[in-house]
Structure formats: C-alpha cells, structure tokens
Design a protein around this ligand. Structure first.
Ligand code: SF4
Length: 442
C-alpha cells in the first residue's frame, strides 16, 4: 500500500484535536502550578464554566475510549455523586472564582441521562447550592435516547437544562448493534418527541459518519431521518478507531486489514464525502455551518456557549473522574481512576492528577487551532488579545494550507475551504510548536 493510500485508510489512532498542547505533555509535577492559580484571583474578563463528567453507560460502545463504567451498582453511583458534589463545593471556595457567575454548565459523559430523575434532582440541587448557575447562558446535558423517559426530561427542563444533546449516532438497528450502541431507533423518536413537547431551548442531534457497517444508502437515510426531526443543531463526527477500544482489541485478533463482523469502516475520503453530503442536504434545508462538525438551524438563536467559550480561552472547572479543565493559563486534569478520585475527595482534597502551565505563545496557538475549526480566523482578535499578527507569524502554515486548496487568506484573516474544513483536524499539528509536533497526543 502506498503511504498516501495508507493515510486514507481508517487505521488505528485518532486525528481529533481537542486541546493544545497535547495531553502527553501534562504532568503531575506541574500540580503546584495548578494549585497556585486556583488559590489566586481570576484574570480580568475571563468567563467561568463548569464541566461535570457522569461516567456511567448502559453498555460500552465498541469505539469508545472515554473513562466510563458499565458495572456500577446504585450504591456506587451514589458514592460518585457525593464525590462530584464535594468537588464542586471545594472549587466554589477557591479564590479563582472571584465572585464570577457561571457562564455555562456542561453535563457530559459517559451518559448523564443514565441517572434517574430523583438522582438528578438531588444532585443538581446540591450542585446549585454550591455553585449557582441561575443566569448561566447555557446548561447542556448529554443524553442517550434509550435512557430517557418523559418524567426524566420534565425534571431536566425544570432543573434549568437549556441545551439537550441526543447521542443518536445512527438510525439503523443493525449498525447500532454492530457498534455496541445501547439504544434502538424507536427510542430515538420517542425521546425526541418528548423533548420537543417540553420546549427545550435547543436540541442537538449527534451523528457519526462511518460507523462499522455504514453504507451510502443507509447514510442518506440517516440524513433524511435527521432532517425529518428538524433539530436545532446537528453535530457530525467522523468515525475513528482509537487505541484502547473494543474495536481496537478486535483488530488485534482479526488483523488490521480484515473487515469487522458486520462490515468495514469506510476510508477517510468516503467519510468526508458522507459529511459533505449531509452538510449539503442540511444546507438545502436552511441549516448553516457553525463548525467543522456542527450545523445550526438559526445562527442568531443557536449558540454553543460551552464550545465558543472554551475555544476563546475561558476558564472551566473540569469535575469528575479524568475530566480536564483550564484555570488562568494552566491546564488541569483529574486523576483517572475511580478509587483515587473517590479517596481524594473523601479526604477533602481536589482530585487533581496532572497539569500544564501554558506559555502565552501556546495559549495563542491553542485558541488559533481551536477557532480554525469554525472555518475562519479573525486576525484582529489575536492582535487585541495577544498582541500578535497571526497572518505574519504563521504565514508558512497558512501558505501551505492555501497551496493545498484548504484555505484562502484575506487581509483581515483566513477562511477554510469546504475541503479544508472537512479535514481540519489532520492539518492542525502543522501549527504545533516543534517540541509537540511528533509526540503522542494523549
Ligand atoms: S454512550 Fe458515549 S460514553 Fe458511553 S460508551 Fe458509548 S460512546 Fe462511550
């Protein structure tokens, strides 16, 4: 196989860039830096958000590499919720809060909707007592359709959730099953109907292009069915095969070139064509592109405050096992084992696992590569915030993307072409500082 053909095959590993510098450079030895910023005042004009990781799922999807548990009993779930509430209480007393109100809250997972309505009510009342989120611009809650009942959605609506994100991924029962998803197609329609009737501000649907067994015909059906639901936003990821997943274990047994039982994983050009098709069809239906992954029905109304705040350098307390956050120039990640997480909180300590103080140059690069995922950069924003001219500083990187047909340079910024936006994650390492370019990402 030529190098080019090998690059286009969906091999093991991932391209997705969630943060910068790469996680592999975050170390326990930097934890004193994390503690120092948490004990100091916030930077001026920096919004604060809260991420809460709910690490339970009904079963493990075969492509999943997140820290999730499928075997915890009700007592253990209570133990975790207690620990999570304690963590938020500890953060609420830190000087870095500095009187700031939360701008956004994000319940991610795992499957936050795995919790029962009564567990959710009890947990959220305690969380709000510690760190109030009245006035937050957005409270997002991720859901797995098969875990939702009408009364649970009513509870979420009452508790102030504004943005419901439904992990649909695909509509075909066989594809859902091959990929280890726990929900069924009927459950998607039922949950969506209840959520619509309850008038959440925003409902997002997540899809994955290129799940095992995906075909052109089925993907077109997925797009038709998504449009029929008419969600406020649609987020489409391209399937990857990260290490440490059920699929990666299977590949070790059956060999990297053998198809999985249930079908293969499409190559990158096919997955990009599927995303392009979905963007085109949704565009015809009036949706607008808001990032490399997301389309929204109405840009003026459908904000994604969590994403845009993070991509513009906001602070965020990342709570829950293995969660990561950012405070005043320092990346922070929690310990990644259940036992350590619970034990540290039992002792009244924040469960910090590793950190990285980020230099100004790297903060600039971080914002630049994350904002590139929206399809454009405004040079003036970086001049004002960092005193740097990115068009001059990164002329070589932008020039290369332009030569490849992925980007257009303008006097006031850059704009990605559609082709560039479809494969932005694999282009981003070119902007990394040399010491981070060829290192492991996670
Ligand atoms: S529902 Fe999400 S977090 Fe849970 S196993 Fe599947 S991909 Fe992982």
């Amino acid at each position: 196989m030529t190098t080019e053909a090998a690059q286009e095959k969906t091999g093991l590993g991932n391209y997705f860039v969630a943060n910068y510098p790469p996680f592999s450079s975050w170390k326990p030895s930097y934890l004193p830096d994390a503690r120092a910023v948490l004990d100091g005042p916030p930077a001026a004009d920096t919004p604060l958000g809260l991420y809460l990781h709910i690490p339970f799922c009904r079963k493990r999807c075969k492509f999943c590499y997140f820290r999730v548990y499928t075997d915890k009993n009700a007592r253990e779930v209570e133990t975790y919720i207690d620990a999570l509430v304690k963590e938020v209480e500890l953060y609420s007393k830190k000087p870095i809060v500095g009187g700031r109100r939360l701008k956004y809250v994000y319940f991610g997972g795992g499957t936050p909707s795995y919790l029962s309505a009564s567990q959710l009510r009890a947990m959220m009342d305690r969380l709000k007592a510690a760190l109030p989120w009245e006035g937050a611009e957005e409270v997002t809650f991720e859901c797995e359709p098969g875990t939702l009942q009408q009364h649970k959605l009513e509870a979420l609506r009452e508790l102030g959730v504004t943005r419901l994100s439904l992990g649909v991924e695909n509509f075909d029962p066989k594809i859902l099953e091959y990929n280890g998803r726990a929900h069924l197609e009927d459950e998607i329609h039922r949950a969506y109907g209840w959520a619509r009737d309850l008038h959440f501000d925003q409902i997002n649907i997540d899809l994955i292009a290129g799940m095992v067994g995906e075909t052109w015909d089925n993907w077109k059906q997925c797009v038709v069915k998504t449009l029929a639901l008419s969600p406020d936003s649609v987020t489409i990821y391209q399937m990857e095969l990260p290490f440490n997943t059920i699929f990666s274990q299977q590949l070790k047994v059956i060999g990297q070139d053998a198809p999985f039982p249930g079908g293969g994983v499409a190559d990158w050009p096919t997955k990009r064509a599927w995303v392009q098709y979905a963007f085109d069809e949704m565009g015809k239906a009036g949706y607008q592109v808001s990032s490399a992954y997301t389309l929204v029905k109405d840009k003026a109304r459908c904000k994604f405050v969590y994403r845009d705040s993070l991509w513009h350098g906001a602070d965020m307390f990342g709570t829950g096992v293995a969660s990561f956050g950012h405070a005043n120039g320092v990346h922070i990640q929690n310990v990644d084992s259940w036992e350590q997480y619970v034990a540290l909180l039992d002792k009244g300590e924040l469960p910090l696992g590793r950190a990285l103080p980020v230099q100004d140059r790297e903060l600039l690069i971080r914002e630049m590569i994350l904002q590139l995922k929206t399809g454009r950069l405004e040079a003036e924003y970086f001049r004002r915030k960092f005193g740097e001219d990115i068009l001059e500083d990164f002329a070589d990187g932008f020039g290369q993307l332009e030569a490849d047909g992925f980007l257009t340079r303008r006097p006031d910024g850059v704009e990605l072409t559609r082709d560039g936006l479809l494969q932005i994650d694999r282009q981003l390492p070119a902007f990394f500082e040399p010491q981070f370019r060829n290192t492991r990402y996670t």
